[in-house]
Ligand binder design. Structure first.
Ligand SMILES: Cc1ncc(COP(=O)(O)O)c(C=O)c1O
Length: 370
């Protein structure tokens, strides 16, 4: 049996106690009405939406729109899922065998390593180090490789650190994958949230003929309630295997989600502009905030995404710290050990429009105790 999904369990256990969630990693969401308006529609457009089964792969129009977000893919290279979490589950349960060795970049969303670990006990962590600005070291990866290393799992832009792999690093990883013969499984849910255009790098499935890229609408689009995720790849042999597994999970994605996701993809530029404008504003608030607490936190500034992973200085236990802040200020923070054991960090999310109020409350809680 799979062990507890720490991040989701922590949310279930403690988020009810909090007034404001200052940890979440999805961009500011919007109403159905706001989403439809981006394409000049009103909610009347929902009245004619029918609720039949659709294609198991996902509608052709939506897959074409998704494929157009990549350099070199067509609709046939895209497979839709009811959430990227479902895609992750399907990919790892389909592909990983008992005799495979898998390497996972951490810190990361737990299912990116836990489902593989359920299939094989041969899982190694490739740690990105805070001292290296959360950039994982390719030499560490080379040392972890074994003759039976079959998959290397990466997440860039990274949740929770906000670190991005450069184009040069992504190419170096791809060359290593080709030399050694492992397949890259790349979680790219936070793509398009790079703070500088120069930080945007190619999707792994554009760079490589074998890599599997996972993405969806939950994070940069701020539409987690649509539960819409996808796999994008040129590796059609593997695509077919995952499709076979997917048929056991769900016949197709939810029809209303497919309809609204099509509108979201058509509105890509407007949605990203909205997310970036909130992030820009919140980043300058965060800069000022952390500048005032150099003895309490050390922080590597994020390069993308909407989360930061500050290190708590001193010797207070990280669970105790998150609990103390919750009870003093009503703010919910996520302790770092939910992303892999032993982190003395916490995740703070800065994608929501009400962040200035939350930071005032956080200041009060910290100042009360000093
Ligand atoms: C990196 C990463 N991948 C995948 C997921 C799962 O997203 P979804 O809501 O689409 O299942 C999350 C959710 O937090 C995530 O952070």
């Amino acid at each position: 049996m799979l062990p507890e999904f720490e991040i989701e369990h922590y949310y279930d256990a403690y988020s009810q106690e909090a007034e404001i969630d200052l940890s979440s990693s999805d961009c500011e969401t919007m109403s159905t009405e706001e989403l439809l308006a981006l394409q000049g529609l009103d909610t009347g457009a929902l009245n004619t939406m029918t609720l039949e089964y659709t294609s198991t792969l996902g509608s052709l129009e939506l897959r074409q729109l998704i494929a157009s977000r990549y350099d070199d893919l067509g609709a046939d290279n895209v497979l839709l899922f009811n959430s990227s979490g479902e895609a992750i589950y399907a990919i790892f349960t389909t592909l990983v065998d008992r005799n495979d060795h898998v390497i996972a970049h951490v810190p990361a969303y737990q299912s990116l390593y836990q489902v593989a670990r359920q299939q094989t006990q041969q899982l190694s962590f490739w740690h990105a180090r805070e001292a290296n600005d959360w950039q994982p070291d390719i030499h560490d990866l080379k040392r972890l490789l074994r003759p039976n290393t079959k998959y290397v799992v990466i997440n860039s832009p990274n949740n929770p650190t906000g670190h991005v792999f450069s184009q040069a690093f992504a190419s170096e990883l791809n060359s290593l994958a080709e030399q050694h013969g492992f397949v890259l499984i790349s979680d790219e849910l936070f793509r398009d949230l790079e703070f500088e255009p120069s930080l945007a790098s190619s999707s792994m499935c554009d760079l490589s003929d074998t890599a599997l890229s996972i993405s969806g609408l939950a994070k940069s689009y701020g539409l987690p309630g649509l539960r819409l995720g996808w796999l994008a790849t040129k590796n059609m042999n593997t695509y077919q295997k995952i499709l076979r597994m997917k048929r056991y999970l769900s016949r197709c994605v939810a029809t209303p989600s497919e309809f609204l996701a099509t509108i979201a993809l058509k509105s890509h530029a407007q949605i990203m502009a909205r997310s970036h404008s909130i992030l820009r504003q919140n980043l300058s608030l965060l800069d000022a905030f952390f500048g005032d607490y150099p003895d309490v936190f050390s922080v590597v500034p994020p390069q993308a995404g909407n989360t930061v992973f500050p290190h708590l200085l001193g010797d207070e236990d990280i669970d105790h710290f998150c609990c103390r802040i919750r009870s003093r200020s009503g703010l919910f923070l996520l302790p770092g050990h939910v992303f892999a054991p032993h982190y003395r960090n916490f995740r703070l999310g800065f994608a929501h429009a009400d962040m200035s109020k939350a930071l005032v409350q956080l200041r009060m809680a910290l100042d009360d105790d000093s």
